[in-house]
Ligand binder design. Structure first.
Ligand code: DGJ
Length: 706
């Protein structure tokens, strides 16, 4: 059970999960320090931290600069301030005092609440630290409140970070992050943290392809299997900013918040601003253990349905693009069902005048030429084949050439006297407006009520531009209101249609974050379905997110995007490391390919509980000629190994792959060959791999304890 202890004499709060502690200290001047983040300490040990030499004070700034957990702007503090406001008279410095604190427990969780208020101005700041059972993740939020009487001038909130995470002194600081772009998401990089401020951000209104709202820091020596790793993530799907600061004395912090800079939120008297959550995790055992701890937390605390196995899906996008019709979808469904697919998803092009990407977005009724009797004939056909039915929607958008836009040109994001920038011929609906959010909810709700839809692929294919018109106060709350209203619509749809599952998509992986993962069931990882590129994308994705939510399709060869040719087995084995889908043009697949695909789908189903619910070990990274990932049952009774060899340079011999997470005393049987292996030998020396000849060779090995 997590524990929070208050030591009043020294003004300490010690927050402890199973293996880690975060210690807060209120100094005599009333500043809240992040005193410790690392291995678990008991209260006596934590109190002794105060006996350590105080940081040297070199003048020109307070010694606490860069060490404050509640980093409010003001005084001789010049580093990043997580809380920045401007009062009506222009004053920007905050002088916060602790006004109360409490520890609340519920259902195995425990939460610390610290209340601060400005000494003079009408602003209170509440900071919360939530620990959930069985996890070292700390979930933090901040709530700002204008405490003035009605009629008092508003307070401008310039920055409200959800959390500022203070790192302890380390021998070095190395930043792990993912960067990317469309069709090249989740590219992992590790670089020394520069002195000054490193800002990861999205100004796009969505969390974005270019970066994801998380970061990890280590001392520069951590490996996949060893070393301490500090991570933080922001549960938010709109614009965001993560500031990593390294001051001259190696005071290092990570501060995570919604909104990019500069934006202003005007707080009226009595009004509150509550930030989304930032989650922080200290772990030992290298990057692999850090990822497994994040996966465990996301599966147990974030995902709505972690215990459900994600179905093998078929998606028609790469097969038919916009040339959708009842007959070609039925034909694809027939072939998919014969292959063992469990969910058939019809993609873009089924509605309104949407026969290309320049028309129809917003008109969510079946195209009468393509589906004269509505969707029922196709849905019945799919259900009759024993599959579930899924439908693509992109409800946050409209094409100017649509009935919706013609009726409501003012419903899109726009600013007076400015052009309306189109991207992919479309404009963003202003979900911050309640009537637009209501329309969106009613439209999708109606679709779900009128049709036996089991699954939605919820797409979002462009960022915000000309974000306006702004509300009465003239502030920038539109950005956050959009995301909050999107969450509210999704929450309502899920509550009213509890059997429907949702895939989060934004031109592939353009909006992957813990905010949407709490409201969806899987993500469309990337529009790049090349299986070799995918190994890199999946490697970056797996740093934070579990395989269970990582949609991965097998498509045609040569790949339509990269033109690279790869064997069918390689394509399958690459996609089997996530939630398997098929996205090729099955009408073009040979009998042999269809038959082999059916065998591979069946093989995936036997290892699916391991992949989707087991522990993931990245055995060898995708930059190596032989790369591999292993999934192990929590109790070590079974494992699935997926290995990939680009080519056999220099006539390399048969590889032997050291496995992890197994029981040394147990013996394991290989499903395909019946061969027996000793757990101890698999761990100490490895698994001999039999890979096919030629480039892009791959294998799936399934071992079960005997
Ligand atoms: C972008 C998605 O990432 C694709 O998978 C597909 O659904 C298209 N949109 C359809 O327009």
């Amino acid at each position: 059970m997590p524990q929070i202890v208050h030591v009043p004499d020294q003004q300490l709060w010690i927050l402890s999960g199973p293996a880690a502690s975060y210690v807060l200290h209120l100094d005599p001047e009333g500043l809240l320090h992040g005193l410790h983040w690392g291995p678990r300490l008991d209260p006596e040990q934590a109190a002794s931290l105060l006996d350590l030499p105080a940081p040297i004070h070199r003048g020109h700034q307070v010694a606490a600069d860069g060490r404050l957990d509640l980093a409010a702007a003001g005084g001789a503090r010049f580093g990043h301030a997580g809380i920045q406001v401007r009062f009506a008279d222009g004053t920007r410095d905050l002088e916060l005092e602790l006004t109360g604190h409490r520890i609340e427990s519920a259902a195995g969780s425990v939460e610390l609440v610290l209340d601060f208020a400005d000494r003079h101005y009408p602003l209170s700041v509440e900071t919360r630290y939530l620990l959930r059972p069985g996890s070292d993740v700390i979930e933090r939020r901040v709530r700002l409140r204008h405490t003035g009487a009605a009629g008092t001038e508003p307070v401008s909130v310039l920055r409200a970070d959800s959390a500022t995470w203070v790192l302890p002194p380390l021998d070095g600081y190395r930043l792990s992050q993912v960067h990317g772009q469309w069709a090249a998401e989740s590219q992992l990089t590790r670089t020394e943290l520069a002195y000054g401020e490193t800002v990861l951000t999205s100004r796009r209104g969505v969390s974005g392809h270019q970066s994801q709202p998380w970061a990890m820091l280590d001392d520069g020596t951590a490996t996949e299997t060893e070393g301490a790793v500090y991570g933080c993530a922001l549960a938010w799907s709109g614009s965001w900013q993560l500031t990593l600061q390294r001051l001259a004395g190696d005071e290092v912090l990570m501060s995570a918040g919604a909104q990019h800079t500069p934006t202003v939120h005007l707080l009226a008297p009595g009004e509150e601003l509550e930030t989304p959550a930032s989650l922080g995790l200290y772990s030992e055992g290298g990057f692999g253990a850090a990822s497994r701890a994040w996966h465990r937390h996301i599966r147990s605390q974030v995902l709505p349905h972690p215990d459900e196995l994600r179905p093998v899906l078929y998606n028609s996008w790469e097969a038919t693009f916009f040339d959708i019709g009842l007959e070609n979808q039925k034909a694809l469904a027939d072939r998919a069902a014969a292959m063992g697919v469990e969910l058939f998803v019809m993609d873009d092009g089924w509605f309104g005048s949407r026969t290309h990407d320049a028309a129809g977005l917003g008109d969510w009724t079946p195209n009468p030429d393509r589906f004269p009797d509505g969707l029922a004939p196709l849905i019945d056909h799919v259900h009759g084949l024993g599959m579930e039915f899924g439908l693509w929607v992109e409800p946050e958008m409209t094409n100017p050439d649509s009935d919706l836009y013609r009726a409501h040109p003012d419903w899109v994001l726009h600013q007076p006297h400015r052009h309306r920038t189109e991207m992919r011929n479309q404009l963003v609906l202003n979900l911050a407006r309640p009537e637009v959010a209501d329309w969106l909810h009613a439209t999708i709700d109606g679709l779900l009520r009128d049709n036996a839809i089991d699954f939605l692929k919820w797409d979002m294919n462009r960022p915000f531009t000309e974000a306006g018109p702004v509300g009465e106060g003239g502030d920038d709350r539109l950005w956050a209101d959009y995301t909050r209203n999107l969450y509210a619509v999704l929450d309502r749809l899920r509550a009213d249609h509890p059997a429907v599952r949702i895939e989060d998509c934004a031109s592939g992986g353009g909006r992957i974050d813990l905010g949407l993962l709490a409201r969806t069931d899987q993500v469309w990882t990337s529009d790049n379905t090349d299986p070799a590129d995918r190994l890199h994308i999946q490697y970056g994705f797996s740093q934070l997110y579990p395989a269970q939510v990582m949609g991965a399709w097998v498509t045609d060869s040569p790949n339509p995007f990269t033109r690279r040719s790869t064997p069918l087995d390689f394509r399958f084995h690459s996609a089997m490391a996530g939630a398997l889908g098929i996205g090729g043009d099955l009408s073009e697949w040979t009998k042999e390919e269809l038959a082999r695909a059916a065998e591979l789908v069946a093989a995936y189903k036997t290892v699916r509980p391991l992949v989707q619910q087991g522990l993931q070990y990245r055995l060898r990274g995708p930059e190596q000629e032989l790369s591999a990932v292993q999934f192990v049952a929590e109790d070590g009774t079974g494992t699935a190994v997926l290995a990939y060899r680009r080519s056999r340079s220099m006539g390399e011999g048969a590889p032997v792959l050291r496995l992890r997470g197994l029981r040394p005393e147990a013996r394991y049987r290989e499903a395909a060959s019946g061969r027996l292996h000793h757990g101890a030998v698999l761990l100490a020396r490895g698994l001999p791999l039999e890979l096919p000849e030629g480039d892009w060779a791959s294998a799936l090995v399934h071992l079960t304890v005997v």
